[in-house]
Ligand binder design. Sequence first.
Ligand code: GZL
Length: 325
Amino acid sequence: MNRQWALVLLMLACLLLTACSSVGNAPSTAEEPHLIVVGFSQVGAESDWRNANTRSMQTALSADNGFRLILDDAQQKQEKQITAIRNFINQGVDYIVLAPTTERGWETVLSEAKAAGIPVIIVDRMIEIKDSDLFTCWIGSDFRKEGAAAVAWMEQRFQDQPLRIVHLQGNIGSTAQIGRTDSLDAGLMAHPQWQLVFRGSGDFTQAKGQELVEALIRENTAFDLIFSENDNMAYGAIDALKKAGLTPGEDVTILSFDASSTALHMILDGEISFDAECNPLHGPRVRAIIEQLEAGRTPPKYTFVEEAVFEREGLTEAIIEARGY
Ligand code: GZL
């Protein structure tokens, strides 16, 4: 009889130990919410536009909205973006968002993302690849349209009077640079009295924009208009003009892109004469795309965002305040 009782007691002890050990692993009553993990490869922090774009993504893809955002700043280097995407793949993120530095060189790493079954959303600039199945969708700006709006303003403002133009380009090979440059080239072809006296890349940065214009002033280059492919290079150009005792908006006409709040205030102050908006607020747009995909719906392959143009007439402090960046 004792052996039987001993066996019963042993079985009871085992059951008790098993029950105790499982208590520690019992799911917590407050389950951790499932977050959608998004790896975001960002160009860098080179401009007001870029910083507004990053803030927009961080605000939209927040934990409160059901996301965990992993942000990587590539410091404007494509090779750093490629490394970041490979890290996202290794981490098994749910989505990859890429704001590409340049248009070319993405096939290999996007093929790796596709092989891993991770959807890729391209924002802002475009990529040039043969197989468009390597990304799920793209959302950004029509840069040629922005450039054409700038050239139309020049035509309306200067008609056929001679014009000596300094052209500050963005990162060479970026869609923003390609589109804005192509539009200026079309304007130069159509207006023989417009003369390109300088063309060079300021990498979309204020420091480089200032450096280029300071060198032109040092070399006594004569020019009437600066066609700056973003606001931060325009800020640098304005600093260079002021250092040389020149008055931006009077001695030299400044035309720019992005329409960030600082630049729009410079329009109110008469320093910048025209600014074509390039809207950076892609966060809510990317969130909506991911939520569509999560719901099994198919977002459009390409989405161009609506953008405006700004000059002194009609611009108010209230309009600037309402724009959000
Ligand atoms: C445009 C974006 C450009 C901005 C610059 O969509 O790619 O890059 O015009 C930014 O300010 O650096």
